[in-house]
Design a binder for this molecule. Structure first.
Ligand SMILES: [Zn+2]
Ligand SMILES: [Zn+2]
Length: 245
C-alpha cells in the first residue's frame, strides 16, 4: 500500500516541531519549504529515487529548500532526470533561483532538471486557488485514491468544485475562528472554512495543514472548528504523520 508522509506542516516559518510545507508519496515530493529537506533525509529515502517534485507556488515556505535539494541530489551522485511540475511562472522563478544561488553550471549537477507544466502529466489535474502569488492546487491519484492538495488558498468555491468527489482534501488551515480577517488579508483559510470546502466537495477525509505557528498548540480547536462545517473524518497534519493511500 502506498503511503503519504508529511515532511512539513507549518505555515510561513519553521518551528521547533514543524518544518514548512512539504509531503511525499511514492517517488514524488510535493512542495519543498524550509526544513523539508532535513526531514526527507531522516526518512532515509535515497535522493536518487525521487522522480517528481510538484510545487504549488513561490512563497519561500513552499520552495525554501529547493536549491538545497538540487545540491544534495548532486552530492548524492544523481544521474536521473528530476521533473519539476508547476505553473510556467513558478518554473521560471525556480530556474532563476538556482542561478541566483550560484548553482555551478557544469560539473556539479550531473542530471537534467526538466521543468514541466501539470497538463503534461497523466492522472494529474490542477486548478488555480485564491492566493498571491499565483498558487496551483493539484489533484493527484495513487492506486485507487485520489486526493487534492490546495497549497495556499483563501476560501475558494472553485476548489470545492475542483476537489469534488475526491477521497481526501489536504487544505490550507492557517487560522482559527476569530482570525477570519487575517485569513482574508493574507489569502489563507481557517479550519472552519476548510471544512466548508470539504463539505461542498463531498470528500471523505479532510487534512488540515499549514498551521500558523501561534496556533500550533491548539489542535483540538482545529478539529472541533472543522467539524462544525464538515461531517467526515478530520485530521490535523503533523510532521511525520503518515496516511495510507
Ligand atoms: Zn505558505
Ligand atoms: Zn503562500
Amino acid at each position: 500500500m502506498a503511503k503519504l508522509t508529511f515532511l512539513g506542516t507549518s505555515g510561513s516559518v519553521v518551528t521547533k516541531t514543524r518544518a514548512c510545507a512539504g509531503f511525499m508519496f511514492e517517488d514524488k515530493l510535493v512542495d519543498i519549504g524550509f526544513g523539508v529537506l532535513s526531514n526527507l533525509l531522516k526518512t532515509e529515502t535515497p535522493l536518487t529515487t525521487i522522480k517528481e517534485l510538484y510545487i504549488s507556488h513561490t512563497h519561500s515556505d513552499h520552495i525554501g529548500d529547493f536549491t538545497g535539494l538540487v545540491w544534495a541530489m548532486a552530492m548524492a551522485g544523481r544521474k536521473e532526470t528530476l521533473q519539476v511540475i508547476s505553473s510556467p511562472t513558478t518554473n521560471s522563478s525556480l530556474k532563476k533561483i538556482l542561478k541566483l544561488q550560484s548553482t555551478p553550471e557544469s560539473g556539479f549537477v550531473n542530471f537534467e532538471i526538466k521543468f514541466e507544466t501539470p497538463d503534461k502529466k497523466k492522472d494529474v489535474l490542477y486548478h488555480a486557488s485564491t492566493h498571491d502569488p499565483e498558487n496551483i492546487a493539484f489533484r493527484l491519484k495513487v492506486n485507487k485514491t485520489d486526493f487534492v492538495y490546495t497549497g495556499d488558498t483563501a476560501k475558494d468555491l472553485r476548489i470545492a468544485k475542483f476537489a469534488r468527489g475526491s477521497d481526501m482534501l489536504i487544505h490550507d488551515a492557517t487560522f482559527l475562528s476569530g482570525q477570519e480577517s487575517l485569513a482574508k488579508l493574507t489569502n489563507h483559510s481557517t479550519a472552519s472554512q476548510a471544512g466548508e470546502i470539504a463539505s461542498k466537495a463531498e470528500v471523505k477525509k479532510l487534512v488540515l495543514t499549514h498551521i500558523a505557528p501561534s496556533n500550533q498548540a491548539l489542535e483540538d480547536r482545529y478539529i472541533s472548528e472543522a467539524r462544525r462545517t464538515f461531517d467526515g473524518e478530520v485530521i490535523v497534519a503533523k510532521d511525520w504523520l503518515t496516511i495510507d493511500l
